[in-house]
Design a binder for this molecule. Sequence first.
Ligand code: FE2
Length: 383
Amino acid sequence: MLTTVTPGEGGRMIELGWKDGAVSRFHAMWLRDNALDDKTRSAGNGQRLITILDIPAETRIAAASIKGEVLEVTFAPEGKTVGFPAGWLRSHAYDRQEAREPGWTAGDIRRWTKATMQNSVPRAAYADASRDSDVLRQWLAAVRSYGFAVMDGLPTESGALCKVADLFGYIRETNYGRWFEVRAEVNPSNLAYTNLGLQAHTDNPYRDPVPTLQILACIENTVEGGESSVVDGFAVAAALQAENPDGFRLLSSCPARFEYAGSSGVRLQSKRPMIELGSDGELICIRFNNRSLAPAVDVPFAEMEKYYAAYRRFAELIEDPSFEVTFKLEAGESFIVDNTRVMHARKAFSGSGKRWLQGCYADKDGLLSTLAAIEHGFKEAAE
Ligand code: FE2
C-alpha cells in the first residue's frame, strides 16, 4: 500500500505516498528516535534502549526505498539502516491537516443522552464476566466508550463490590477506607449518608489525582425512591460549548477549588477546573460537586459574573432530564462510573425500608490496560 517515497529538505524529512492517495510526511529525527531495530528498542519488552542524546542532532535521511511492505531508511551520519513496516508507519502517521477544536474527544468515546442510552444501558452478569473474557472485554469496552456500566449477580454481602474491581485491577484506598458504606445515618459526616437526594456530581474532586473510577454496589434496597442516575459530563460539556462558547472557555480555563475537611485528620484540597482540557484541547475531566466546591479565587474579577452564569448554565444542563439515565439498583447489582466523565446522582428516599450500598474507587488506567491486553490476546497470561 506504500507507493512512493520522496526525501525532502536536505534529508530532514520524507514524504510517503499511499495507494489510496494519502500522503504523510515524517521527519528524520522522529524516524530515527522511533526506529524498531533491537539496538534502539528491546526485543523483549519493547522499551527504548537509547536516549535522545544518543541521536546526532544533525541526523538526516541519506537513503530511503520501499522493499515490499517495508520502508528502508539509512540515517546519516550514523550510517545506520532500519526497516519500518508500512502498516506501522500508517498507524503512527502524525501529518494531519485538520485542526482539532478545544473539547475534542478520542474516537472511542461515545457521548450519550437519555434518548440514546436509557434503553441500552451496558450490563453484564458477574459470573459471566469472571469466566468469559469476551463478556469482560465487552463490559470494559462499554466503560471506555460510555463511561459507565452495570454489573449484576453479585453476592449480597459486605465487600462484594471488590470482586468487580478484581476483574480488571485494584481498589484505590482512601481515608474513607478500602470501601465505604452509603446508608442513612444520624448526624452524618457526609451528606451522602442521609436520605436526601443528591445532585448529580463527580466524587472526590478535592483529591488530586481524582479517583478515576467509582463502583457502587447494592446489598439491600427496599426503600421508596432512592433510584440512581447517571449523566454524561462530556455530552453536557459539549452542549454548553455549543450554546455558550465563552462560558465553556471560562469553566475550562479558570481553576475551581475543592476541599473536604469533614472528618478529623483530613483536609483535602485541590485546584482544578470544572471542565479540564489537556494541553492539546482534549476534553479529559469533569469535576462537578456542589458539596465540596470551595470559594473560587482564581477567576479574574472582570469575569466572575460570567463564570457564575456559565456554572449555573452547566448545572441546569446537568439537571436537564434529557441527559439523565435512571435505574434502581436492586440487591446484588452494582454500577461503575468513569469519575472523570460521568456524574452520578441519587433520588431522595423515604425512611421506611433499608437502603444499603457500598462504594469504592479504582483506577481507569488499570481498566484500560486490562481491556487492551484482552484485545491483544493476552487474556490467559495470569492463569
Ligand atoms: Fe457520589
